[in-house]
Ligand binder design. Sequence first.
Ligand code: NAD
Length: 499
Amino acid sequence: MSHPTRTDLSAWLDLWNHTDLPTAMWIDGEYRAARGGASAALVTPRDGGEIARLPLAAEADVDDAVRGARTVFEKGIWSKLPPRERGEVLLRWADLLEQHRDEIALLVSLEMGKPISDAWAIELRTTIGVIRWYGELADKLMDESPRGREGSVALVTREPLGVVAAITPWNFPMTLAIFKLPAALVAGNTVVLKPASQSPLSALRVAELAVQAGMPAGVLQVITGSGPVTGAALALHQDIATLTFTGSTEVGKQLLHYAGDSNAKPVWLELGGKSPNIIFPDAPDMAEAIRTAAWAISFNSGQMCTAGSRLVVHEDVRDQVVEGVVSHLRSLRMGDPLDPNTEFGPLASSRHRDDVLREVAKGIDSGATLVTGSADAPDRPGWFVDPVVFTNVDNSDRLAQHEIFGPVLSVISFRDEDEAVRIANDSDYGLGSAIWTADLSRAHRLSREIDAGLVWVNCFEEGDYSVPFGGRKLSGHGGDKSVHGLEKFTAFKTTWMKL
Ligand code: NAD
């Protein structure tokens, strides 16, 4: 299926009318309220209206979920299943998601405001694809038997760890959870997932589908609640074997403290970014470079850890590039995220919208030139901001150093290759980066010099399930996806036998 059958707003509103939104946590294969009954309203960025109430898990609820996952792990009904059978469950899970693709895309769009066409085509394609990829990998993994010494046999085996905790953000509620879950699951672990409080709906429904696909109850638990209470209780739990996190650098650092204060669990971090998108005058297709630069700051309304938020452009083509990018951004169809024609949706929460607008105001005060956009919200329902472009930004300015996590582009010009590299690397972050050039040697040189986990040449945000995704410096470590994404979810064991 390459297109949704629902092609207008009314068809999606109709689906919403006929969909029961989850209102409880998914623990041990059933929906459950918090023990104390606490709950919070979930509002949609579409118009700020309440769409559901979800439990606020306290420490006792987190404990229930971890204990359930631990019990199932110890029973061995998942951890000791032949890998091929675990893989088959994942493949059936992917098939079920394909069948429920409209419904899950609807939940993503409702909970965090992503345009429904992007939720369906991009978020769900990746989600289903990653699950399938790990399902197919399940029975193709090998242990090692190094030659060791005469008179002995050495085995290096990999074993599951136990209960894995996953804490995920709201910007790609499905994709970023699924970058972690199938890898942890296929390795034989059980998982407790805490999605962002803004976007729990899709995660809950997808966990329910896992049980329908044959995953034993308790293997994948989903708890809901705030970061500082529910997330902290999970991160501090003594029975969590490893913690995998995607979110802000600030919270990532806090999680390292929690690990030190509890059982010294390993913590794997996918954090923020301020990715440089570097355009040389010899870009092989300048029109494509310009279109992509606009996409890299406006897709998902700029709420991307890899957003190309620093446009590092050679001074000879700067005016042409800026003019083209601004014209693309102004032509984006802003609107109701449930309308399939919408290209640019609202931000995920009113607080986040206010934070982004505050950063735009600071940018104006800093003396940078505002070429398009505004520090005021457009007059329409939902938490929208207009795409913003600043020129005359110095790379040391806050606009170029601080992750804004919205559609705010800073244009920084350079004169030669060395200066471009210096600008690219002058950042606390090291997640994405892009280079536009027809010079093969230059592309290789820069790809070696740029201190980032991801380098795209003549494209942006491209990739595949077979390559890892992750950063360096304050962008984190321990990439997700690919065979490397599995490593953090297993423990080595060396068995040495004297014959
Ligand atoms: P966030 O850090 O505020 O929240 C992420 C998750 O952590 C949520 O589930 C939240 O409830 C939880 N959390 C918050 N405080 C916590 C605490 N004290 N203890 C335990 N858990 C806690 O991030 P966000 O606003 O949801 O997402 C935006 C951030 O995520 C941006 O910085 C963005 O760059 C980053 N991000 C990184 C990647 C990547 O792969 N590198 C991908 C997407 C987003």
